[in-house]
Design a protein around this ligand. Structure first.
Ligand SMILES: CC(=O)SCCNC(=O)CCNC(=O)[C@H](O)C(C)(C)COP(=O)(O)OP(=O)(O)OC[C@H]1O[C@@H](n2cnc3c(N)ncnc32)[C@H](O)[C@@H]1OP(=O)(O)O
Length: 212
């Protein structure tokens, strides 16, 4: 876990990036600004756009920030992975964030860039790979593993021994019962209840979950 006084720069100044900045600031963390490929340099409500993502390496070398977090959301899952891997390969350090209201068991293992929003619960032996983001109020039960770059929307509940693949987006309130395996690039709609393995990529909705 990063030093509490380190300066964080956020990749992406859109809705998710702004939300991350807000959580960080309210927990007393310092936000150096954003790097964004679509917005001009200058002030936003949540901080300053410092440049495009290609300017991040130079800014890091110049000492403008100490670590990165990724604020690219569920509409750009491929880009989430691409930017994370590209910036990490360039030697830029990804930090991590766990909101003070989250319960994270001492056995939990978090990869670089993981972001845990308010009210989440991560139980015994949970493992979250690089760049996983949990929105507010997610419950991840014991021995569950979440693959890199995956996003859980608010209120997702994963039972024990679940495996979630890379680049998944589980929609708001999704429930997955125990010991199931979801493959890469699975997306679920709000309120989905998963009661079988979902090995194939695609969008699943309903109770029980069916491919759309
Ligand atoms: C902090 C944050 O806000 S994070 C984001 C939180 N938001 C979410 O989690 C939203 C998740 N998204 C959804 O649930 C969406 O409805 C999606 C992605 C599943 C589908 O969206 P679209 O592709 O636009 O599908 P569309 O709305 O056209 O619906 C297509 C069909 O699926 C059905 N459907 C869509 N969503 C759901 C759902 N969650 N549960 C059950 N059925 C659904 C529709 O009723 C429709 O059925 P029909 O063909 O019989 O009429």
């Amino acid at each position: 876990m990063p030093a509490v006084d380190s300066r964080v720069a956020i990749i992406g100044a859109g809705a998710l990036g702004q939300q991350l900045a807000q959580h960080l600031r309210q927990q007393g963390r310092r936000v150096a600004g954003f790097f964004d490929d679509t917005l001009p340099v200058g002030a936003t409500a949540g901080g300053t756009v410092l440049g495009t993502t290609s300017a991040a390496a130079q800014a890091y070398t110049s000492g403008i920030f100490d670590e990165l977090l990724l604020g690219v959301g569920y509409e750009h899952m491929g880009r989430r992975q691409q930017l994370f891997e590209q910036l990490q390969a360039a030697g830029l350090p990804f930090g991590g964030f766990v909101h003070a209201s989250a319960y994270v068991d001492s056995s939990v293992v978090l990869g670089p860039g993981v972001f845990i929003s308010p009210g989440c619960v991560l139980d015994l032996n949970v493992r979250l790979d690089a760049n996983v983001l949990l929105y507010t109020g997610c419950i991840v039960a014991h021995d569950t593993h979440i693959g890199a770059h995956t996003l859980l929307a608010p209120g997702v509940r994963l039972a024990g021994r679940v495996q979630v693949g890379v680049r998944c987006f589980l929609g708001i309130g999704t429930t997955v019962i125990d010991s199931l395996k979801l493959g890469a690039d699975v997306r679920t709609g709000g309120g989905t209840v998963v009661i079988d393995n979902l090995p194939e990529p695609g969008t699943y909705v309903g109770v029980p979950a069916r491919r759309r």
